[in-house]
Design a protein around this ligand. Structure first.
Ligand SMILES: [Zn+2]
Length: 170
């Protein structure tokens, strides 16, 4: 079990909202394995899992490098792998992602009205969490050290590739 370090960012999480459950943590481990798969392929190590009714409906990982894709981030790849689903399924879903979701993935979560998001870490990148919360999405940041280490190592090794992924000019 991962020990949760002290919260450093005051706005990181509303204490009134419950933290991650053991099931959430196991789903985050699934997303983390997906991220590792991406790294093994030479890609950007961000993974995601779409959870419905307590089970894993789909997993995905960032495939921009592997597929030369503009839009296959961890979360969007996961949604695509889940295929076309009715709104009633998304309404019971949780998106689990190893990294704070970027604006594109935040938009996809809002579009499909996914009500809950579990985030592995937001230390290396802080995405659209505030917008998600403003729109009523429950956002839980696990702040897992293994997720942060994976991204820290990757960003140090491949800074240009990382900047490309988040739309930062060289
Ligand atoms: Zn994204």
């Amino acid at each position: 079990m991962i020990q949760q370090p002290p919260v450093e960012r005051p706005a990181i999480q509303d204490p009134a909202i419950a933290g991650p459950s053991e099931l959430d943590r196991s789903h985050l481990a699934t997303a983390f394995r997906a991220a590792r798969s991406g790294l093994a392929e030479g890609g950007i190590p961000i993974g995601a899992a779409l959870i419905v009714d307590g089970g894993v409906l789909a997993v995905g990982w960032n495939k921009r490098v592997q597929q030369g894709s503009a839009i296959r981030h961890g979360e969007t790849d996961c949604l695509e792998n889940g295929g076309r689903l009715p709104a009633s399924v998304y309404a019971r879903a949780t998106m689990v992602t190893t990294l704070s979701p970027c604006d594109m993935c935040t938009g996809a979560i809002l579009l499909y009205k996914i009500p809950r998001v579990i985030i592995g870490e937001n230390r290396t990148f802080y995405g659209g969490e505030d917008l998600l919360r403003d729109r009523g999405v429950e956002v839980i940041v696990v702040d897992g050290p293994e997720c942060a280490q994976l991204m820290t190592d990757f960003i140090a090794a491949r800074p240009a590739l990382w900047n490309e992924d988040i739309g930062v000019p060289d």
